[in-house]
Design a protein around this ligand. Structure first.
Ligand code: NCD
Length: 324
């Protein structure tokens, strides 16, 4: 599987301009983003963090794939920092996708859009846009095909850190459809860079990625060995939209072999946390008793998503020439 067009994400002064992938992003940059994100986290029930620091900036959300959490949290993040937001659900045929996306971007750029948040099912479109926007404009990925989902990787790392207060020495099991998962790829890049030594990918052979991917992770085709003594269990949805009909495991059969139940979770450490990026298929990759149970941090992940997107928007928009 091919990666995205690599575009330099950092400006000459080392500040973050685009965020398309966590691959190759320096550890210091990831840590800085996590620290800034934590500063925007508020307990539920409290007033959310808000400022006018991005007043005058305009953010456009361009989504060609469905999204609930990511789109809403990017929108709230921009608004809570005082930016203006436009949302476009773009319907493009894949044949003309790159070209049409660029035309849309050029139009919005003329309307003073400063940051584009893009979700697209085709690998490479984000890199194409980033390579063609004006120098003061930033491009942020909200999920690129199976390739990357960097703000998800950051929010996952933040969630782990909040609960465990460290990355070193942790055992993290990512379970399910790793092969087609941009969430797993970005979590791998983040957690590997941050020093997690025991990173496991746990999946049936058909859902394992190619051998040349996920360097540094151990591979487990048995759920029990993959879960054993894990500190963090990250469950992933089967990406039906990214696979052919043939290699689809059946729902109930998949749950019987691979679903995370309370009994299976007992194989992990007693204080293990359970994560899921959502949308969840209850009764397929995860039982409701686990998703809603005491070890679940799934709702923390959603809350952290807004904080991470605030941090990323603030980082790219306030560090450009002349500020926001
Ligand atoms: C994920 C995605 O779109 O990659 N959702 C999300 O952004 N939280 C996960 C998924 O769709 O399975």
């Amino acid at each position: 599987m091919s990666g995205s067009v690599m575009t330099d994400q950092l400006r000459a002064d080392g500040s973050l301009r685009h965020l398309l992938t966590l691959e190759g992003l320096p550890r210091t940059q990831i840590e800085r983003l996590l620290e800034r994100s934590q500063g925007f986290v508020r307990p539920l029930g409290a007033t959310p963090a808000m400022s006018r620091s991005l007043a005058g900036a305009t953010v456009a959300n361009l989504f060609t794939e469905p999204s609930t959490r990511t789109r809403v949290s990017f929108e709230l993040a921009a608004k809570r920092l005082g930016a203006q937001v436009v949302n476009l659900e773009v319907q493009l045929s894949s044949r003309v996708k790159g070209e049409s996306m660029l035309d849309t971007v050029y139009t919005l750029q003329s309307l003073h859009v400063d940051a584009f948040v893009i979700r697209d099912a085709e690998a490479g479109v984000l890199g194409l846009v980033a390579a063609n926007v004006a120098p003061h404009v930033s491009v942020l990925s909200a999920g690129e095909a199976h390739v990357s989902h960097p703000t998800q990787g950051l929010l996952d790392a933040l969630t782990v850190y909040q609960r465990k207060q460290r990355f070193e020495g942790l055992a993290v099991a990512m379970v399910g459809d790793i092969r087609h998962s941009r969430v797993a790829r970005s979590a791998w890049h983040a957690l590997h860079t941050l020093g997690v030594g025991d990173l496991r990918i746990v999946a049936p052979p058909a859902l394992m990625p190619e051998r040349d991917e996920f360097a540094g992770c151990t591979r487990h085709t048995q759920l029990a060995t993959g879960l054993k003594d894990a500190d963090v269990v990250m469950m992933l949805r089967i990406q039906k939209e990214r696979m052919g009909q043939g290699d689809l495991p059946q729902g109930a059969a998949y749950f019987a072999a691979w679903g995370l139940t309370r009994e299976r979770l007992a194989l992990a450490r007693p204080d293990a946390i359970v994560m899921h990026p959502q949308p969840m298929n209850r009764g397929i990759e995860i039982a409701s008793e686990v998703a809603d149970g005491p070890q679940s941090v799934i709702r923390d992940q959603v809350r952290n998503g807004v904080a991470v997107r605030m941090a990323v928007l603030a980082e790219v928009l306030t560090s450009r020439a002349g500020g926001a």
